[in-house]
Design a protein around this ligand. Structure first.
Ligand code: PGA
Length: 314
């Protein structure tokens, strides 16, 4: 029966199944929504089973749909590897590099990509910046070539390789009462109201762990989905926040913000390059891994000089 399905139908299905949203899939594929619906309808008819079901406003995959999604991923993955193979045969480094990284890595990964793309100008890059939980989900779904994580997962058997320091600091407004203190104990810190990231964030997880390990309760003033928004809220004196020192990369000279010399801080963390053990990397992804191993650390360190918790600029 599947012989009658077209490649286009499978591509449309993969997009709808991944986004669980017809409109987003239509936008992604530059198609109209009726075309997308029609392709899905035809594919369901070929399969003889519903692939998606709508409950209220939400779309869910049926069992048949979930299995088909796995098959679609294998096909698309195989095709992109084949594309790489042909590029390599032609001696041209063209193709696509797909990265998914946690939010703090966005301060450095574009710099690395800048240099990498100068070496291989024919490569297209897609960089997905999201939180830890969503990166882990993307690893499970095999959506990208390489991932950068800030806190390794406990129960996932994946390749993990430390890449660069990613310390957490306590950020406060320069006008904050604790800004002038030489030292702030964890008990004193716990009296403050915090602005924290959304559930699923690795930084939030580390912040919660910091307090729970000390038997303290974290007081939450506000929850915000972006490090930059948190910085603005801290500057507006809405509360203090635990953030990665990397988020200060663009604000080296900010007079509105300071970081507190608080007990247990900076929390020393790392970024990790990660991918599933069994992942068959494309030639482009292998070239990027090689570049990261050879150059990543020194480019990163150079760029980070002068940021709190990093080497002082010479
Ligand atoms: P997050 O991860 O975006 O999930 O908070 C960032 C980090 O761990 O550095």
């Amino acid at each position: 029966m599947m012989k009658n399905a077209t490649f286009r139908q499978l591509k449309v299905f993969e997009s709808v199944a991944r986004n669980l949203n017809y409109t987003r899939a239509a936008e992604e594929l530059y198609l109209t929504q009726p075309t997308v619906s029609m392709q899905i309808k035809q594919l369901s008819e070929i399969v003889g089973q519903p692939l998606l079901e709508q409950v209220g406003k939400r779309i869910y995959l049926t069992d048949a749909g979930r299995e088909l999604l796995k098959v679609c991923r294998e096909i698309l993955d195989g095709l992109s590897r084949y594309e790489m193979y042909i590029s390599e045969m032609k001696g041209v480094r063209t193709g696509k590099l797909r990265l998914a990284v946690i939010t703090t890595a966005k301060y450095i990964v574009p710099r690395l990509l800048g240099q990498f793309c100068q070496l291989y100008p024919g490569i297209d890059v897609s960089l997905n910046v999201t939180n830890r939980e969503k990166v882990l989900q993307r690893i499970n779904e095999n959506l990208d070539d390489i991932y950068i994580l800030g806190s390794p997962p406990e129960h996932m058997d994946i390749h993990i390789e430390p890449f660069l320091e990613n310390p957490l600091i306590v950020l406060a407004s320069s006008k904050h009462i604790l800004a002038k203190e030489q030292y702030v104990s964890s008990e004193r810190l716990a009296e403050e109201k915090f602005i924290i990231r959304e559930p699923g964030s690795g930084i939030r997880l580390s912040t919660e762990n910091y307090f729970s390990e000390r038997g303290l309760k974290l007081k939450v003033k506000m929850e915000l989905g972006s490090n930059e928004a948190i910085k603005q809220a801290v500057a507006a004196e809405l509360g203090i926040a635990v953030l990665s020192a990397h988020t200060m990369a663009l604000d080296r000279n900010s007079e509105e913000l300071t970081y507190l010399n608080a007990e247990g801080f900076p929390i020393q963390r790392q970024w990790y390059i990660s991918y599933p053990h069994e992942k068959q990397q494309s030639i482009v992804a292998l070239a990027f891994l090689d570049f990261m191993q050879k150059e990543g650390n020194s480019i990163g360190k150079k760029y980070l000089q002068g940021i709190p918790s990093f080497p002082i600029a010479e």
